[in-house]
Design a protein around this ligand. Structure first.
Ligand SMILES: Cc1cc2nc3c(=O)[nH]c(=O)nc-3n(C[C@H](O)[C@H](O)[C@H](O)COP(=O)(O)OP(=O)(O)OC[C@H]3O[C@@H](n4cnc5c(N)ncnc54)[C@H](O)[C@@H]3O)c2cc1C
Ligand code: FES
Length: 510
């Protein structure tokens, strides 16, 4: 591969290519609304849109800026083809629930399409077929089982033997009439419709807690309170757990994405090779020119086996090998939560708190699942029936979960990282650091992390995660401190980028 120039910093094309509105912070000591929504990603904005159209008074808060979370760092395929899932769902939950999951996700795609038309949203929405790929005999067997599940569930599909794709594939399972779009442009236009419907939107306002009075109140980091009849936690990870043990019921999984200018374009379609290596492909228009979006290299957050930037280099090598890489205008990475039974948690956060809702665990299929969650939560608030309410309820029995055994192995993994982080040897020196490098070292008997920035300023933080005390690891692809236990992430100054942590890492004076 010829030597390619990588951008200095990770940056998502989606967030970099839009004009954002300037929105205020929530600074009222006390006020009241009907529905308080925490988190202005696609889930929160879609819920605000549906509820405000139904006449509810809605207030939407975001810890940072709107659409800058996972929704701003996704691949943005809008599809009901969620990897190899329908055979597994049918085995574990039965035909009816597997059909409901498919139907809900197909309807979510239709909802996005009709909203694009109704609100005249110019977001590169385009229908495309989705392909699942097998590349060896074992994968072929799994794909055949998936195709059989499609057949018995009534999912329309096409089987393609020896497809002529630019990357290795011996067979593919195709779901027609799926779609892709620019997720941030879609979300911003939907937000504008929300503002026109009277939704109040606040940025730079982190919710830290929920208090109980006659009505529940969202408490913000500035100590202000927003009293609500209903609260929706659309914060990707629920900042308020309701003693329902979310940290032991899901894990954060990270993937890397690259926008690449290539000589040989990707054929029509969106493609997924699910594992070993996982690769996701689609096209995206960047400054009027077609680019390849290539993604993959997933691992649990904070638990990469190799230096994190190696994942970006591997994607670049694949892009070059199969498509002829010319330039890399963007690369970035992001994470999503995976629940133990692979279905999202959408509904009351716990049985004790029916007015406080959560939507999380989309397993990297949150374009349709965010629309599903928004519709389901709006229905619950409006006391309407919804066919997927029981299936996605966070209170569904964990003992009946096929993933129940995963609770044990996942939490053993957390315990391993807790211990390894505390006692692992630390030999690096601050004096050895070059620009844009970081190390973990000892300072006054304390384990600290130090990053040297572009201007050679050093930033030191206590490496103990403020969630439950695991030790964070440096992510040199994103210049962040990532926790291997439940996926909290912090920027190089220690500020929270992703929950469950709510408090920054403590700064250290060197
Ligand atoms: C690499 C990658 C590729 C993906 N590709 C696809 C794909 O092709 N198709 C697909 O369907 N799905 C895909 N997904 C999944 C999808 O992007 C996500 O599931 C979806 O964007 C989640 O949306 P959200 O609104 O729930 O969360 P987010 O977009 O993360 O929004 C949550 C918001 O809450 C805010 N917040 C967090 N905590 C607080 C707090 N305490 N107080 C106030 N605000 C808070 C954050 O700032 C953020 O803006 C992908 C995911 C990843 C990681
Ligand atoms: S995210 Fe839970 S200990 Fe760090």
């Amino acid at each position: 591969m010829k030597k390619h120039i990588f951008p200095d910093f990770a940056r998502s094309y989606w967030t970099d290519s839009v004009d954002r509105p300037t929105l205020p912070a929530y600074e009222t000591p006390k006020s009241k609304t009907e529905v308080g929504i925490v988190g202005a990603g696609l889930t929160g904005i879609t819920a605000a849109y549906i509820l405000s159209k139904a006449g509810f008074k809605v207030c939407l808060l975001d810890a940072a800026t709107v659409l800058n979370g996972t929704s701003g760092h996704t691949t943005a395929k809008i599809t009901a083809q969620h990897g190899l899932i329908y055979h597994e769902l049918q085995q574990h939950f039965g035909t009816e629930q597997a059909q409901q999951y498919y139907k809900a996700n197909q309807e979510a795609k239709d909802f996005i399409e009709s909203t694009v038309k109704k609100e005249q949203i110019n977001c590169q929405f385009q229908e495309e077929p989705a392909f699942l790929i097998a590349n060896d005999k074992k994968e072929l067997e799994k794909l055949q089982l998936e195709a059989e599940a499609y057949e018995s569930l009534g999912i329309t599909s096409k089987w393609v033997d020896h497809p002529d794709f630019p990357f290795p594939a011996i067979a593919a399972l195709c779901m027609d009439n799926q779609a892709m779009f620019h997720p941030v442009q879609y979300g911003l236009d939907l937000l504008e419709a929300c503002l026109n419907n009277g939704v109040e939107v606040f940025e730079n306002t982190r919710a830290t807690h929920i208090e109980y009075h006659e009505h529940p109140a969202i408490v913000t980091d500035a100590g202000n309170r927003l009293f609500c009849n209903h609260i929706i936690q659309a914060s990707h990870y629920p900042f308020y757990d309701g003693e329902a043990y979310y940290p032991i019921r899901m894990y954060a999984d990270r993937s890397y994405l690259m926008a690449a200018k290539v000589r040989h374009p990707l054929p029509e379609g969106m493609f997924l090779h699910p594992k070993n290596p996982a690769r996701s492909y689609r096209r995206a228009e960047i400054n009027g020119e077609e680019h390849l979006l290539i993604g993959g290299e997933n691992h649990k957050t904070g638990q990469s086996d190799v230096d994190m930037f190696e994942h970006i280099k591997t994607l670049a090598a694949d892009a070059d090998h199969y498509f002829g890489l010319e330039a890399i205008p963007y690369y970035w990475s992001a994470q999503d939560y995976v629940t133990l039974d692979k279905l999202p948690y959408v509904g009351p956060v716990s049985e004790a708190h029916p007015q406080i809702h959560v939507a999380t665990g989309f397993r990297k299929w949150g374009m349709t699942n965010s629309a599903n969650a928004a519709k389901l939560l709006s229905d619950l608030i409006m006391e309407k029936e919804n066919p997927i309410a029981t299936m996605l309820s966070p209170a569904r029995s964990v003992k009946a979960d096929p993933g129940y055994r995963n609770v044990i192995s996942y939490n053993a993994d957390v315990a391993k990282h807790l211990v390894k982080g505390k006692f692992g040897s630390v030999k690096q020196q601050i004096s050895d650091l070059n620009k844009n490098e970081a190390c973990v070292t000892m300072h006054n008997g304390k384990r600290i992390g130090v990053y040297k920035d572009q201007d050679e300023n050093t930033h030191a933080v206590d490496t103990t995660c403020t969630h439950l005390g695991c030790e964070v690891a440096w992510n040199n692809a994103e210049k962040s401190w990532d926790c291997p236990c439940h996926g909290s992430r912090y920027d190089f100054k220690g500020e929270v980028l992703n929950g469950p942590a709510k408090k920054a890492l403590s700064p250290i004076d060197l």
